[in-house]
Design a protein around this ligand. Structure first.
Ligand SMILES: Nc1ncnc2c1ncn2[C@@H]1O[C@H](COP(=O)(O)OP(=O)(O)OP(=O)(O)O)[C@@H](O)[C@H]1O
Ligand SMILES: [Mg+2]
Length: 367
C-alpha cells in the first residue's frame, strides 16, 4: 500500500511528439484513478512511464514517498495489463496466470488458490488447460487481466483491459473489477477512452487531452461540473449541447429567447451555453425556467428515450442552432413545434476563447 504521485511528468519523443505534458496527480491508497481521453492523448504513455517502460523526459514519479522515476520496471512491484497484451503462447492459461507468482517463489498451494480465485472471478475456470491459441480474443484479454490480479502488487496499472470484450461481458467484467479493487488498498491507475468505464469504476477521473490534464475530480463532479469545454463535450452521452450565442446586456440570446447570464465581471459579446440533453425538457404551462421554441428536425429512438433534435426558432443566421433533448419514447415528436425548458440549475456557461467554465450563478433569474 502506497501513495502514487506524478509530479510535472513530461515525455517527449520528438519536438513534435510530446504525449505527456506536465502531468501532476496523486493516487492514494484505495483510490481508483482513471485516465480518460481520446485516442492519442497520452494515456498509455503516462501509464507506461509509471511502470518504468518509458523513460520520462522531465518530472518525478513518487511511490510511498520514494522517488522511483529511474527505478527499473522489475523493481517497482507494479502489476500491469497492457493495451496490446501478450500471453505466453506455449503455456496453458493456468501457467500464464501462475508464472508471475512462480517467479516470486510464492508457495505452490497459495499459487493454486490465487489462480483458482481469479479464474473463478473472470470466468476462466473451464479454460485453465487451454493454450492462448485456443482462446477467443475476449478470453485472452481476461487471462491478461487475471495475470495482473493474481499478483499482490503495490500499484495496479490497467490499459484498456476491457476493449476486446463484447458489450455484455464488458459490463460483467467491469462490475467484477470494481468489486475486486474495492476490497484491496493499492492505488489503481486505469486507462480508457470509454466514459462509462471511467464513470462506473473510478473514485477519481483525470481527463486528458493532447497530453494535458484537463480536470481531475470524482466522476460525479466531472459530469456535473465540467471545468472546461473539452471535458463538457467529451464526457456524457448523448453529448452536452454546446451553443455559442450572442449576449446582450446580461442575457444570452438564443433565437427569439433570452436567457439570464451568470454573474460575470464583464459581459462578453458571446458565450457558450451548455446543457445536457437529459436536462432539457418540454416546457410546462407557466414555466419558471428559460424556454426556447423550435421545430423538431430529427428523432432518434434510443429505446427508453428519444433523442429529439430541435431547430431553434427565430435565429437570424441560416444555420439555426439545434438543441438536443432526451425525451420520453412513448410520444411521437415528429415535426412538431415544441417549447423546451432549460432549467437554470442545469445550464453551464463557458468562456468562448479560453473554454473555461464560468460561474453558474445567474445574475437575476427574473430579469
Ligand atoms: N514510441 C513512440 N515513438 C513516437 N511516438 C509515440 C510512441 N509511442 C506513442 N507515440 C505517440 O504518442 C502519442 C500518445 O500515444 P499514446 O499511446 O499514449 O496514446 P493513447 O492516449 O494511449 O491513445 P489510444 O487511446 O489510441 O491507445 C501518439 O501521438 C502516439 O503516436
Ligand atoms: Mg493507449
Amino acid at each position: 500500500m502506497a501513495k502514487l504521485e506524478l509530479r510535472n511528468l513530461n515525455k517527449t519523443y520528438s519536438p513534435k511528439v510530446v504525449p505527456v505534458k506536465d502531468i501532476s496527480l496523486t493516487v492514494n491508497d484505495g483510490e481508483f484513478l482513471t485516465l480518460l481521453g481520446p485516442s492519442g492523448c497520452g494515456k498509455s504513455t503516462t501509464l507506461r512511464a509509471i511502470a518504468g517502460l518509458e523513460q520520462v523526459t522531465r518530472g518525478q514519479i513518487i511511490l510511498g514517498g520514494e522517488d522511483i522515476t529511474y527505478k527499473r520496471p522489475g523493481d517497482r512491484n507494479m502489476a500491469m495489463v497492457f493495451q496490446s497484451y501478450a500471453l505466453y503462447p506455449h503455456m496453458t492459461v493456468y501457467e500464464n496466470l501462475a508464472c508471475g507468482l512462480k517467479l516470486k517463489k510464492v508457495p505452490r498451494l497459495e499459487i493454486k488458490q490465487r489462480v483458482a480465485q481469479v479464474a473463478e472471478i473472470l470466468g476462466l475456470g473451464e479454460l485453465l488447460q487451454r493454450k492462448p491459441g485456443q482462446l477467443s480474443g475476449g478470453q485472452r484479454q481476461r487471462v491478461a487481466v487475471g495475470r495482473a490480479l493474481v499478483r499482490q502488487a503495490q500499484v495496479y496499472l490497467l490499459d484498456e483491459p476491457l476493449s476486446n470484450l463484447d458489450a455484455l461481458l464488458r459490463e460483467k467484467v467491469r462490475a467484477e473489477i470494481k468489486q475486486i479493487f474495492a476490497t484491496q488498498k493499492s492505488p489503481v491507475v486505469y486507462v480508457t477512452h470509454d466514459q462509462t468505464e471511467a464513470m462506473t469504476l473510478s473514485t477519481k477521473v483525470a481527463v486528458l487531452n493532447n497530453g494535458y490534464v484537463q480536470q481531475i475530480a470524482p466522476p460525479a463532479s466531472i459530469y456535473h461540473e465540467p471545468g472546461n469545454l473539452f471535458v463538457a463535450g467529451f464526457v456524457g452521452s448523448p453529448q452536452m449541447n454546446l451553443l455559442t450565442i450572442n449576449c446582450k446586456q446580461n442575457h444570452a440570446i438564443l433565437g427569439n429567447f433570452s436567457i439570464p447570464l451568470p454573474k460575470l465581471p464583464t459581459i462578453p459579446s458571446q458565450i457558450v451555453l451548455g446543457i445536457r440533453p437529459e436536462h432539457v425538457r418540454v416546457a410546462q404551462t407557466g414555466e419558471v425556467h428559460p424556454t426556447v421554441k423550435g421545430r423538431v428536425c430529427l428523432v432518434e429512438n434510443l429505446g427508453m428515450h428519444n433523442l429529439v433534435s430541435v431547430s431553434v426558432q427565430g435565429s437570424q443566421s441560416n444555420n439555426s442552432p439545434v438543441l438536443r433533448a432526451l425525451l420520453p419514447a412513448d410520444q411521437n415528436w415528429s415535426w412538431e413545434e415544441i417549447t423546451l425548458a432549460l432549467p437554470h440549475q442545469n445550464i453551464h456557461w463557458f468562456d468562448v476563447s479560453s473554454g473555461d467554465a464560468l460561474s453558474r450563478k445567474t445574475s437575476n433569474c427574473s430579469d
